[in-house]
Design a binder for this molecule. Structure first.
Ligand SMILES: Nc1ncnc2c1ncn2[C@@H]1O[C@H](COP(=O)(O)OP(=O)(O)OP(=O)(O)O)[C@@H](O)[C@H]1O
Ligand SMILES: [Mg+2]
Length: 352
């Protein structure tokens, strides 16, 4: 998000040190080590059951590590109960107090911090305006839509102005439009207040849009941590390449992949669909760079607004090609013979 200016000089605020959490014989978090900088927007991304909520609950103090330690501002929080950790939390199920009005829900974290009634009212009013719910303060949660409840939950996490914000699927229950609106809202709140934010999602687009860094989780372990750009452009593993965006694995495509240098052992060549271009048989790529050209047959073409997506059969495998629709471009149909081409330097090698 570009809010982390001078990232290397920003102090580390949160540290997971070799944290493991087991339930009976099953380790749901395995040897997790991670440093989070002050003001950073970090997203935990991964499939269902990969340990995202557990990692957040460990930090919030609702789950206790089996081994390892968590430090906040350099100090272990092992002996700090969750209500004494200065963090705002939005739970996955948004867990509003069902017997309290919207206003009373928002007052709760302020009361536990000993803030007086007049100041509470002032802060609640300001926060409700911020999430566009100023006219809903006397409603009960059951009288709100899912999206409205989610906005109340976000407001409640923010209202006490905690230095650390933990958000578990904050936009999960929202439809597409409201989701985009709230993404924007969360982003601008982060830009404005610069809170260290740890957000959980399984939505890759959301992770790419919001985060300074993304932690990809898999089976209780960190698979890769990087900026959105690097994760997408330089995925370390096949899992990451598949989880974030679409990937063409070209190892079994029935042709020799041309490379500039010998690939590291145990890796697979991969190319993103938007890096592959499609053209008529016999055409020559309009470029002097080293490009690989192969031929195939169009199997399918799908229009998606400004994008056109081809599936092209090449020997034993299929390629996905994604191109931006521009005027004057040839359009291919199923069964057309075509050529695909790409820059050699756009091929990535990921761990199998
Ligand atoms: N209290 C518990 N007892 C036993 N197993 C648990 C407990 N809480 C979580 N687990 C298991 O730990 C694993 C990780 O759960 P977690 O809730 O952290 O996943 P998640 O990544 O948040 O998934 P989702 O995207 O579905 O919310 C799951 O296999 C889950 O069944
Ligand atoms: Mg979860």
């Amino acid at each position: 998000m570009g809010t982390l200016k001078n990232a290397t000089s920003t102090p580390i605020q949160i540290e997971f040190r070799d944290v493991t959490k087991t339930y009976g014989p099953v380790a749901v978090i395995k040897n997790m080590s991670l440093s989070i900088r002050s003001g950073e927007f970090l997203t935990l991304l991964g499939p269902s059951g990969s340990g995202k909520t557990t990692a957040l609950m460990l930090l919030a103090g609702f789950v206790v590590p089996t081994s390892g330690d968590i430090l906040v501002s350099g100090k272990s929080v092992a002996d700090v109960p969750s209500h004494r950790r200065d963090q705002g939390m939005l739970f996955q199920s948004y867990a509003l107090f069902p017997h309290l009005t919207v206003r009373r829900n928002l007052e709760f974290p302020l009361e536990t911090r000993g803030i007086n009634a007049a100041e509470r009212a002032r802060r609640v009013d300001r926060m409700l305006q911020r999430v566009h719910l100023q006219d809903f303060d006397n409603r009960m949660p059951s009288q709100l839509s899912g999206g409205q409840q989610q906005r109340v939950a976000l407001a409640r996490a923010l209202v006490a102005d905690p230095p650390i914000l933990l958000l578990d699927e904050p936009l999960g229950a929202l439809d597409r439009n409201l989701r985009e609106h709230m993404q924007h809202e969360i982003k601008s709140l982060h830009r404005e207040f610069g809170k260290t934010t740890i957000c959980v999602t399984h939505d890759q687009e959301e992770a790419l849009t919001l985060s300074d860094r993304i932690v990809v989780m898999r089976g209780g372990q960190i698979e890769q941590v990087d900026s959105p750009e690097l994760l997408y452009d330089r995925p370390a593993t096949r899992f990451v390449a598949n989880f974030l965006g679409e990937a063409n694995f070209i190892d079994k495509a029935g042709f020799e992949v041309e490379v500039d240098a010998a690939p590291p052992s145990g890796t697979l060549p991969m190319i993103r669909p938007e890096r592959v271009a499609i053209m008529e048989i016999g055409a020559i790529p309009n470029s002097d760079d080293l490009r690989q050209v192969i031929s195939g047959t169009v199997q399918d073409v799908i229009y998606a607004g400004p994008l056109r997506r081809y599936v092209v059969r090449v020997a034993e495998s299929t390629f996905v090609v994604r191109e931006h629709v521009v005027s004057g471009q040839p359009i291919f149909r199923p069964h057309d013979k075509v050529q695909l081409h790409w820059l050699r330097s756009d091929v990535r090698f990921v761990a199998a």
